[in-house]
Design a protein around this ligand. Structure first.
Ligand code: SAM
Length: 195
């Protein structure tokens, strides 16, 4: 059916521009796994979801189609504009200082900001904010990436055939690592916790 993606066994709306999760095979896999895991834990719809760092609304889109009331927070005005067309509401905002009142949502998604925030204290603030805005008994779902995920992903998809920059970066990363044998290309990890 045009405009539909059946990769996860049920129709997924694919309207809107291609994103990280719809424009590549590993992105599609991440989307399907995120949906599977979240659907296992989400309260029944309708429930109120704040999608913090929701980008152009890739998750807001299917959550809205599933009957959830989604409010998306994004840093980039153009993303927020696209997201607002998914059927959710959207505003420009920072994961570290949400405008939402305490205990105002059933679910907080933090699928992205943590690996854009390089300082540990910023990541802690973002997680504390997600926790603050969720009602007791609600859910916080946060994603992280492995230390080397960007290096591998961008090398696989964008670097030219000259491997020297990759080798140099990898060597530096290995030397900085206390346990180099733990080197992993693992990309996204999703943690779901109840408040
Ligand atoms: C890799 S994208 C993920 C988008 C979407 N949640 C997903 O899973 O595909 C990371 C998103 O986090 C946003 N972001 C980064 N730092 C943020 C911050 N401090 N507050 C809010 N959003 C932030 C970026 O603008 C971007 O849209």
């Amino acid at each position: 059916m045009p405009g539909r993606d059946r990769t996860c066994g049920r129709p997924q709306p694919t309207e809107g521009p291609p994103t990280r999760l719809t424009g590549s095979a590993d992105g599609a896999l991440e989307l399907v796994r995120t949906q599977e895991i979240l659907r296992r834990h989400l309260p029944p719809a309708p429930a109120e979801v704040i999608d913090i760092g929701g980008g152009t609304g890739v998750h807001a889109r299917w959550l809205t189609a599933d009957g959830y009331r989604v409010h998306l927070i994004g840093l980039v005005a153009q993303h927020v504009e696209v997201a607002a067309a998914t059927g959710s509401t959207a505003e420009i905002g920072d994961a570290r200082a949400l405008t939402a009142p305490d205990e105002s949502y059933d679910v907080a998604l933090v699928l992205g900001p943590l690996y854009h925030l390089l300082e540990r204290t910023d990541r802690q603030r973002a997680l504390a904010e997600a926790h603050r805005v969720v009602r007791p008994g609600g859910l916080v779902a946060a994603s992280a990436i492995g230390r080397y995920a960007s290096l591998f992903e961008h090398t696989a998809t964008t670097l030219p055939s000259d491997a020297a920059p990759f080798e140099a970066a990898l060597t530096a990363a290995r030397l900085a690592e206390p346990y180099p044998e733990w080197l992993s290309s693992a990309s996204h990890m999703l943690a779901v916790g109840r408040v």
